[in-house]
Design a binder for this molecule. Structure first.
Ligand SMILES: [Zn+2]
Length: 74
């Protein structure tokens, strides 16, 4: 996946274009671009685990929030 760094929020980003790695991986997995309003979610809640199987794309931040409602740390 090339070179990356961890940003202030704890997400990995590409050093070449500053894009979030998990959005790139999700995009590759689905074979399409991830829309601006779409949110790529880490199923196991580990922000650094960007395996395709750990990523799920929500249509909006609102539906994404619902998935986190039961999480203690959200
Ligand atoms: Zn999430």
């Amino acid at each position: 996946m090339g070179w990356f760094f961890t940003d202030k929020k704890g997400y990995k980003r590409s050093t070449t274009d500053n894009e979030l790695i998990h959005r790139k991986v999700a995009s590759k997995k689905l074979g399409r671009t991830i829309g601006e309003k779409e949110v790529v979610h880490h199923l196991n809640r580990n922000k650094l685990d960007n395996r395709p199987s750990n990523l799920y794309v929500f249509k909006s931040q609102n539906s994404h929030n619902k998935a986190h409602k039961k999480d203690d740390w959200w």
